[in-house]
Write a protein that binds this ligand. Sequence first.
Ligand code: SAH
Length: 329
Amino acid sequence: MKKQGKVYLIGAGPGDPGLITLKGLELLKICDAVVYDHLASESLLDWTRTDCRRIFVGKQIGHHSMKQPEINRILLTLAGEGLTVVRLKGGDPFVFGRGGEEVLALEQEGFPYELVPGVTSAIAVPECAGIPVTHREVSRSFHVITGHTQGRKDCLPPDFELYGKLPGTLVFLMGLKQLPLIVKGLLDSGKPPETPAAVIEKGTLPEQRIVRAALINLEKRVAEAGLKTPAVIVVGEVAAYNMCSALDKPLSGFRVGITGTERFAGKLTTLLETKGASCTWIYAMDLLSKADLPEMQNACKNLGAYSWLIFTSANGVTLFFQGLFKSRP
Ligand code: SAH
């Protein structure tokens, strides 16, 4: 019987590859094909099998993103081939991620699918910049708003004047290009000009940049700093907080290239990242056991003939003992 294909819509988190969920990562490791866009951390693809099909459907410099029906069609085709497909999306698939449209397309064609939530940039990007989206007695709600409405350039979403009246934290995604209009819209609808605000570029990544300013000065300060997308805009009293401990991050700003086996590189990466370093896996090593070769088996049986045993790595020790135990049933 032909294998039934399945699509997993997985949230890749906001950028830092460590912010994908365990469930998402495990599925990424076993899938036959991964369909990804430009916001997902590309280093996450290192976890896929070497024979996994990688299909990029994001926006390339100078080109428009692939149209949604085209992405849906790719998912349907891959699932139709009986493959286990991961649709990897930045942040969470259902927060302005058009995940719902992909789900509806799969439902219509009767393909099984599963959603794996992700860490959304709406919360994590402010958080990693030291801004809590809610805080006791300061902000009792937060509102995630798109700064961009499809097919309507240079204008704000309808009902925008409502947002300026909301007492909680306002978080705008996809809003950087519309920043002047957003600021004007909020001021016009009653937000005090001195309301604290922040714009965070490439949040959770080593290249992260933050501009903090009163709402009235935000546009000017962001232009001076030349902030670029992707960026999150936060408006509200909480934007004045800077809950970032600079202590215990001696490797902050350092980029470290890592080699070694997956297990070793994974452990070292975690340790270095907790000290603030940003790590890149330069190449991966595999262990190739020679324990079963006749030469090794003979050598193990005649250990008494050797006066020195020299090991050059911890893996060498492990493999040697595996061979030794095999040679002595
Ligand atoms: N589904 C995603 C959001 C997709 S909309 C999520 O849950 O996070 C894309 C917008 O998300 C960008 O325009 C930007 O506003 C925001 N964004 C995503 N990653 C970001 C990052 N690392 N830093 C700043 N903004 C980010």
